[in-house]
Write a protein that binds this ligand. Structure first.
Ligand SMILES: Cc1ncc(C[n+]2csc(CCOP(=O)(O)OP(=O)(O)O)c2C)c(N)n1
Length: 680
């Protein structure tokens, strides 16, 4: 049962049987991923005080001494909701008090609160009018797992990729300044997100915003994995310094509501002491007035310090808040990386739902294939940008720690670093999600492609990704890579193909090469005893037919084969080819298929501008569509698709077997002048 004390400095840790007593039946249920009511959603904590808070205005009507209880109830509600929906858990639990304090002290939504990444915003959603939908998080038609402008006026800026909050908040603050409008902008950014260059680019420009800008550094000494690099060591030194305790009590004193004159004097004293203690911090060098570190779970510290920050004439201010990831839920506290993002879980035991045993994930297959390559070739090294477990490189790191580089959330640096390694004779593999590689595009073009350096890219989460929605979809990599001279772009149709492609990439020293593969599990095909080196730019025919040809790239191959079965049953003999390469194209195979079939359809899990566009361009250059060939391209739609189950997203995109069949039949109903006829 969450405690109701008003002055405890640490929140009650919830775990084990005691929390069972806090769970009661509640008719507000959640939807499961198919939109059905979920029975586990029926157990909910007792939250009498939270029940009275719909919006921050209700929160501000409470007495400060009630906030401890409110925060405890809010924490219990987050645990209960994420138990039902899955999603990001540890990060939100770490900012329960901070969220409460910010909304209590600042005038949101007029004051613009910008959460970095947005994965920690579940408590914020609960306090800002969305509690009734919190058990629909990340589901079709439900709340986004991140901040989203269209969802609420309390989400002034959408996010999901990291380290954008200071730039965006600076934009809000500057707009207010230029239009002489009141209102502050508050960016809350984690120590992991602070490892990205963009955060410093923003801070370097922030001085002119003055006291309109507040940056809150949420320092939990964790990214998803433990943070890396000099900044994390620097923050750790600050927090562990002998001055920390002194500063905390000083902050407390400064914070006491006091007459303005004394308050100012105390502020001066604090500034002096702070300067003495830290000798001027990195943030001060960047033009910030630095406050902290303060205990981010102690509302008695947080509230008055934030009130001072709100009322200060100085600025911009950086408030360094120290929190614990997973705070208040013992399982998440003890294993912050495993509870960063979770499946549905049992609140009492902490046990997460396991997917039924089946084929291995593409991520795992990639990692194991890379490991095998590295066993025989000691120039192979692996680079991740803060996603060691997400990319499978944690396995690689265990075996080859000296050849694994986790560079922090720094995709741009990761790519150029890999280019340097390649230029010096190493064989680097950059394992980066498709969506995050977008951030390093200039490095891909300028440092890798133009110099034709053999950097290998393992592009995970290519295609639609389900619950994370549009911000995480890997829709664009085929387009943005296959347009670059020198690049080889492969897409694996199944896990065996992925093994071949990793081997092919390892052996390819002629220039940059990428292999893309989706989120989720493989198809269960037999794995090869040894990987093959594929001939660059050569596809394979999986099934030979006469009338219709489906030219597939990537894991839509399974659906293409199903479509071929249906078409064959309708008397339309169908060829299915797995092109393997979006670049270079297998021109001989494409020419043959386009000149010997009546209808040809390209299929890919990528946006317009990818395989289909390249095949059309080739066909047009070669005059292959001059004599009545019906050529169609199936690809992702020209819109951002919301979160849903991946298979539903693909059906919505028209990339399932049914739509492939429909496309072929419709093409056959058209005569030479494009008029639909009644046949077929
Ligand atoms: C550009 C980019 N790269 C990678 C990620 C994946 N990612 C999401 S949260 C996260 C860790 C963030 O750590 P931190 O800012 O310290 O927040 P915490 O979860 O610890 O509260 C990472 C790497 C991302 N969202 N954006």
């Amino acid at each position: 049962m969450p405690s109701g004390t008003d002055s405890s400095s640490t929140a009650t840790v919830i775990a084990g049987p005691s929390s069972v007593a806090a769970i009661r039946q509640d008719p507000r249920g959640g939807l499961d991923r198919s939109g059905q009511m979920d029975s586990s959603a029926m157990t909910q904590p007792d939250t009498p005080l939270l029940d009275t808070v719909r919006e921050p205005a209700d929160l501000r009507a409470l007495q400060p001494k009630q906030l401890r209880q409110l925060a405890d109830e809010l924490r219990a509600e987050v645990i209960s909701a994420v138990g039902v929906t899955g999603g990001h858990l540890g990060s939100g639990l770490g900012v329960v008090e901070l969220t409460t304090a910010i909304h209590y002290v600042f005038d949101t939504p007029r004051d613009r609160l910008v959460w970095d990444v947005g994965h920690q915003c579940y408590p914020h959603k609960i306090l800002t009018g969305r509690r009734d939908r919190i058990r629909t998080l990340r589901m079709a038609g439900g709340l986004s797992g991140f901040t989203r402008r269209s969802e609420s006026e309390y989400d002034p800026f959408g996010a999901a990729h990291s380290s954008t909050s200071i730039s965006a908040a600076l934009g809000f603050a500057t707009a207010n300044k230029l239009s002489n409008r009141p209102g502050k902008a508050i960016a809350v950014i984690g120590d992991g997100a602070m490892s990205a260059g963009m955060a410093y680019e923003a801070m370097n420009n922030a001085e002119a915003a003055g006291n309109r800008l507040v940056v809150i550094l949420n320092d939990n000494d964790m990214s998803i994995a433990p943070p890396v690099g000099g900044l994390s060591a620097y923050l750790a030194r600050l927090v562990s310094s002998s001055e920390y305790l002194g500063l905390r009590s000083l902050a407390k004193k400064v914070a006491k509501r006091m007459p303005r004159r004394m308050h100012r004097a105390a502020e001066k004293l604090e500034e002096y002491a702070r300067g003495m203690a830290t000798g001027g911090t990195l943030f001060e060098e960047l033009g910030f007035y630095y406050v902290g570190p303060i205990d981010g779970h102690n509302l008695d510290h947080l509230i008055p310090v934030l009130e001072n920050v709100r009322d200060a004439d100085e600025g911009p201010i950086l408030v360094h808040v120290v929190t614990k990831k997973g705070k208040g839920y013992s399982f998440a506290e003890d294993s912050a990386d495993k509870y960063h993002g979770v499946q549905k879980f049992d609140v009492v035991t902490g046990a997460q739902a396991k997917s039924p045993a089946g084929p291995p994930s593409y991520t795992k297959v990639f990692a194991q294939a890379l490991l095998a390559e590295a066993e025989r070739d000691d120039t192979i090294c692996a680079i991740t940008a803060a996603m060691p477990s997400g990319t499978g490189l944690d396995i690689f790191q265990e075996r080859f720690p000296e050849r694994t580089f986790d560079v922090g959330i720094a995709e741009q640096h990761a790519v150029t670093f890999a280019a340097g390694l390649a230029a010096q004779g190493m064989r680097p593999f950059c394992a980066i999600y498709s969506t995050f590689l977008q951030r390093a595009y200039d490095q891909v073009v300028h440092d890798v492609a133009i110099q034709n350096l053999p950097v290998r890219f393992g592009i995970d989460r290519a295609g639609l990704v389900g619950a994370d929605g549009a911000t995480h979809a890997g829709s664009f990599d085929v387009t943005y890579l296959a347009t670059l001279p020198n690049f080889v772009v492969m897409a694996a149709a199944d896990e065996a193909e992925l093994t071949h492609m990793v081997h092919t990439a390892a052996m390819h020293d002629d220039g940059p090469i990428a292999v893309r593969y989706p989120r989720g599990d493989g198809t269960g095909v037999a794995m090869p005893a040894a990987p093959q080196r594929l001939e660059i730019g050569k596809g394979r025919v999986v099934r030979e037919g006469k009338t219709v040809a489906i030219l597939s790239l990537g894991t839509r191959l399974e659906e293409a084969l199903k479509a071929a079965d249906t078409l064959d049953a309708k008397g339309l003999s169908t060829t299915v080819a797995d092109l393997r390469f979006a670049k270079p194209l297998d021109e001989a195979l494409i020419r043959r298929l386009l000149t010997t079939h009546e209808v040809c359809v390209t299929v890919e899990e990528a946006a317009v501008g990818g395989l289909g566009a390249h095949v059309l361009t080739f066909a047009s250059d070669e005059g292959l569509i001059d004599s009545g060939l019906k050529l169609r391209t199936l690809r992702l739609p020209d819109r951002f698709q919301d979160q849903d189950k991946p298979e539903k997203q693909y059906a919505d995109a028209g990339l399932d077997a049914e739509h492939m069949v429909e496309t072929v039949l419709k093409a056959l109903r058209h005569n030479d002048t494009g008029v639909e006829e009644a046949r077929a």
